[in-house]
Design a protein around this ligand. Sequence first.
Ligand SMILES: Cc1cc2nc3c(=O)[nH]c(=O)nc-3n(C[C@H](O)[C@H](O)[C@H](O)COP(=O)(O)OP(=O)(O)OC[C@H]3O[C@@H](n4cnc5c(N)ncnc54)[C@H](O)[C@@H]3O)c2cc1C
Length: 564
Amino acid sequence: MAKKIIIIGGSAAGPKAAARARRLDQQAEITLIQRGPDLSMASCGYPYYVGGVFDDRRMLLSTPTGVVRDPKFFMNAKGITALTGTEATAVDRKRRVVSCRNLADGSVSELPYDKIILATGATPKMPPVPGRDLEGITTLQSMKDADYLRKIRDERVIQKAVIIGGGLIGIETCEALELAGIEITVIEALPQLLTFLDPQLAKIVENHVRGRKANVITGNALAEFLGRDGKLTGVKLANGTELPCELAVVAVGVKPDAALAAAAGLAVGETGGIAVDEFLRTSDPDIYAAGDCIETVNRITGKKAHAPYGDLANLQGRVAGENAVCGDTVRFPGTIQTGICKVFEFGAGITGLSETAARAAGFNDIETAVIAGPDKPGFMNGKLLITKMTVNRADGRLLGLQCVGAGDVGRQIASGALAVMGKLAVTDLVNADLPYAPPYSLAIDNFIAAAHVMENKLKGRMKGIGAAEVKSLAEKKNGVFLLDVRGPDEYEAMRLGIGEVLIPLGALRQRVGELPADKGATIICFCKISLRGWEAAAFLAGRGYTDVRVMEGGIAAWPYPREK
Ligand SMILES: Cc1cc2nc3c(=O)[nH]c(=O)nc-3n(C[C@H](O)[C@H](O)[C@H](O)COP(=O)(O)OP(=O)(O)OC[C@H]3O[C@@H](n4cnc5c(N)ncnc54)[C@H](O)[C@@H]3O)c2cc1C
C-alpha cells in the first residue's frame, strides 16, 4: 500500500524532503502542509529583494528556470499535494493523524499518516521591552516582512531606521535599507558585530559598515521602543540614549519552532530544538524533523547546537525525505557552523570554530594565524582578504577559518569547510592542490598562505603578534621597537602613528645600526600585509635578535584608528 507521508512546513526543509521522498518513492502519497500562502520561499534572498537588487518578488518563489513553486507546480511536476494557508494544529500519535485548520475558512480536517516530517522552522526572537507592539517595528523573517520593507524602500518616506541586532540578518538588512537611502543605526548589545567572528575581524567589518555611513552602536542594548499615537518614534538604549527613528527591524536571532512537536510529546533538546538522532528521527521513529526546528550536533565539539542555515535545512530535508520512504539509511552528521554574509562590498564568513569559540569549547592549546593578502594578482584587480586560521596545536588539526574583506571570501571559507570536515591538519594544507589561474586566485591561495604562516609559527620559525597586543604594548610605551618596513611613500600616505620607526625593507641591511643595540629587545616588524615584515623579521633573527615578532596581517588587519 502507498505510504502516507505528511510534511509540515513548506519553506526550505519541507519541500526538499517532499521532493526527495517523491524521487525515491513514486507511489507514496505525499502531502505538504504550509501555514502561509507561499511555498519554497528563498528567505535568504529577502534582503536583496528589500534592497532592490531585483524587483520581481516571484523570483523568491521560483525555480532557477522561473517557474513559480505553487501548489499547481508541486502537483504537476512532482505529484505532491501542497496545502497552503493550512496550519497543522496537532499530531495525534496514537490515532496516527495530523489535525489541520484551513486558515481561510476555519474548517478543520484530519490527515492520516505513516510517516511525518516536521519542518516547522524557527521564529524570530523579540526582546521583552516596552513598546514592542508599535507600528513600525518588524522582523525580516517572512515574505510578509519582506513585502513590508520593500514597500518602505519603494515609497522612500522613512528617513531613519534602527536595526536591533548586529548578526547576519541585521547586517544584511542594514545594507538593504542603506541602499534605499535610509539613515541606519545598527544597535548590538554585545561588544561587537557578527559575534561568530573573533573581535579583530569583526571590528574590520564594523569599520567597513561605518565607512558606508551606517552608524553602529555596540555594547548597548535596546531598553524600550518609544512611540506616539501607536507609531514608533524612536528607541531608548540601556545607557539612556534615545535615537529617533520611524522604523525598527529586530534581528536578534531565532528560536526553533518546536511547539507542535512538544505538544505531541516529542522530545525537545537543550537548545530548544526538536531532538533528533543521526537519521533525523525524533523520539518517535515514525516522525522525522529537519531544518531550523531541530537541534543538531556540532561535529567539532560534539555539543548540541541549533544551526539555522538554509543550506543545512535543505540537506537535512533531503536526509529526512529519504529515510521516511526508504527506512533509516542515510545519516546527517551534524554541523560545523559554516556561515557567510555580504556586508556592502565585503564578505564575512566562518567555518568551524573561531579562536573565541575554540577556547570556550575547551580547546586550550590552540594556535592562530592572521594573514592579509589579495584574493587574485594585482593585474586581475585582486581585492584584499583578512584570513584567520585556528588549529589544535598538538596535532595541527584545522579547527576553524574566518575570512573578511572585499575579495572572494566564499572560496576561502569553502576550502576551509572541507578541510575542517575532513579533519585535515596544517601538514596537509600547506601543499593543498586547489584550482589556480589568475582570474580566480593567487598561485598560493590565501587559505594555503595562512597554513604556511601557521606552519612557520608551529615550528617556531616565526613569532607572531596580534594587533590587539601590539596596540597594548605601544600604549604602555614599554620599550618595544615598532618597525614599519614599507616604503616612504606608503608611510606618508597612511601609517599607524603608534610610535613606529620607518626603515624600508630595502634599506634595512644598511640601517640595521638604527635598531636597539640590545639583541634581546622586542622588535615588532610589519608592513601593509606583513610579508615584508616577515622578511625583515627573518633578517633580524639572522643578525642575532632573539625576540623579533611579526605583526600578523600587517596594517591591513589593524582594526583600530590610524594616524592617516
Ligand atoms: C532574511 C534571512 C536571510 C537569511 N540568509 C541566509 C543565508 O544567507 N544563508 C543561510 O544559510 N541561511 C540564511 N537564512 C536562514 C534560512 O533561511 C533558514 O535556515 C531556512 O529558511 C530554514 O528553513 P526551514 O524550512 O527549516 O524553516 P523556515 O524557512 O522557517 O520554514 C518553516 C515554514 O513552516 C511553516 N510552519 C510552521 N509551523 C507550521 C504548522 N504548524 N503548520 C503549517 N506550517 C507551519 C512556517 O510558516 C514556515 O513557512 C536566512 C534567513 C532569513 C530570514
